[in-house]
Structures are given as C-alpha cells and as structure tokens.
Write a protein that binds this ligand. Sequence first.
Ligand SMILES: Cc1cc2nc3c(=O)[nH]c(=O)nc-3n(C[C@H](O)[C@H](O)[C@H](O)COP(=O)(O)O)c2cc1C
Length: 225
Amino acid sequence: MDLLDAMRTTPATRAFTDDDIPDEVVYEILDAARFAPNGGNRQAWKVVIVRDPAVKEEIARLYDLGAREYSAHAQAGLVPFSAGEAHWRTEPAVDLEAARQTPTTMSSRHIATAPVLVVILLDLDRCSAVDSGLDRLSISAGASVYPFAHNILLAARSRGFGGHFTSVLARQEHALRTLLNIPENVALATMLPLGKPEKELSKLKRAPVEEFTTVGTYDGPAFTK
Ligand SMILES: Cc1cc2nc3c(=O)[nH]c(=O)nc-3n(C[C@H](O)[C@H](O)[C@H](O)COP(=O)(O)O)c2cc1C
C-alpha cells in the first residue's frame, strides 16, 4: 500500500473478527514500528503484549471505568479532561465517583475479546519533557512515544489488521501498574487492541488543511492550494 494512502485510510478499529493475529505478525509490526522518531533516539518505550483472557477481561473492565469518566464529561458538554485546564485544575470538572457508577455507550467488549492487547509504556526517566515549567501542561514527552504507537497501527494495517489508541485506560493507570508489574517511573502511554477488522472502514473524516494551517502567523491567512 502506498504510504500516503495508508496515512489517509487507517481508521480507529473497534470491532474484530475471531481471527487471531499470530505472534510472528505482532513481532513484524513492532519490528517496523521501532523506527519511529523519538527524543534523543533514547527509545524510552516499553511494550507489554497481553493475550491472557483473564488479564484482557480485567483491562477491559479498567478501560470501561475510564470510559465512564470520559463520557460523563462529554455528557456535561465538556472536553473530557481538557488539556488546557490540566495544569491548574485541582478538582475534577465532574463527579468522577458518580461517573464510574454510570454505564456508558462506549463499548469495552472488543478489548476483552481482541486477540492481542499491545500495552505501550514510556520510561519517564529515559525521555525528555523539554516544555516543562512553561506554566501549562507539558506535552512533549508524549512525542517520544506516540509516533511509535501510530507506526504500530500503520504497520498492522499493512498486514490486514487494525486497532485504536485507548487513552481512557490511563484513568486506571495505578490498577494497571499492579496488574502488569509496571514500575513507578514508567507511565502508560496508550494501549492498542489489535485484531482483524470486522469491516474495512477507510473513509476518515478530517478537517481540510486550510482549516488548521495559516501562513506566517497564527492568525495569518489560510494556507491553500
Ligand atoms: C491520543 C488518542 C487517544 C484515544 N483514545 C481513545 C479511547 O480511549 N477509546 C477509543 O475508542 N478511541 C480512542 N482514540 C481513537 C480516536 O477516537 C480516533 O482516532 C478518532 O476518533 C478518529 O477516528 P477515525 O480515525 O476512525 O476517523 C484515541 C486516539 C488518540 C490519538
């Protein structure tokens, strides 16, 4: 598949067939993904492959708790866990305890049943957050791991498999830490359930270039063809 086509047509896949994704293919995918750019080339990512049904079930349960918190924000008309507020907000914007008791329409079943869960971690002692201390949320450490995670989705697609990022699992990072023996200095970046897509979805909705690109300054004219 042409690289530009792959970039334009790799969706978030949340429904899988019963087909397995063999370990050889998972290895091949990781073997390609590891060439991702990352700060200082320190490659501070770490990956845990989960296939045990009981562990997948527990991760799905933790994911569901995170999804409930996320949905409660969305239902209140808020950007869930808005990054713009993260630096100063000390009290949650919604009642998280109540949210965790309230079922959500965001399904977690495909996480329990996906053939493999790829848990992507970042060793915080080995990567830089060069935008720290700027009186806003630091975001740059994530740049040392998310290109790697996206490469996994692209490589999976090239082999007929799919998956999606799962940031809401981060809400239960402490429980995941215990479940998978993750050390304190290592953070959950994301988790990708991978499997054979039930349907081939490849038409993605995104804003056109002119909507998010300007020339010269932030408020400059739109960059057009
Ligand atoms: C940082 C990040 C976090 C995400 N977290 C979740 C998640 O927790 N659950 C989920 O179902 N999808 C998650 N997604 C997938 C997005 O919902 C998806 O990329 C977006 O809606 C576009 O979907 P599409 O590529 O199918 O058009 C996440 C994506 C990113 C990049």
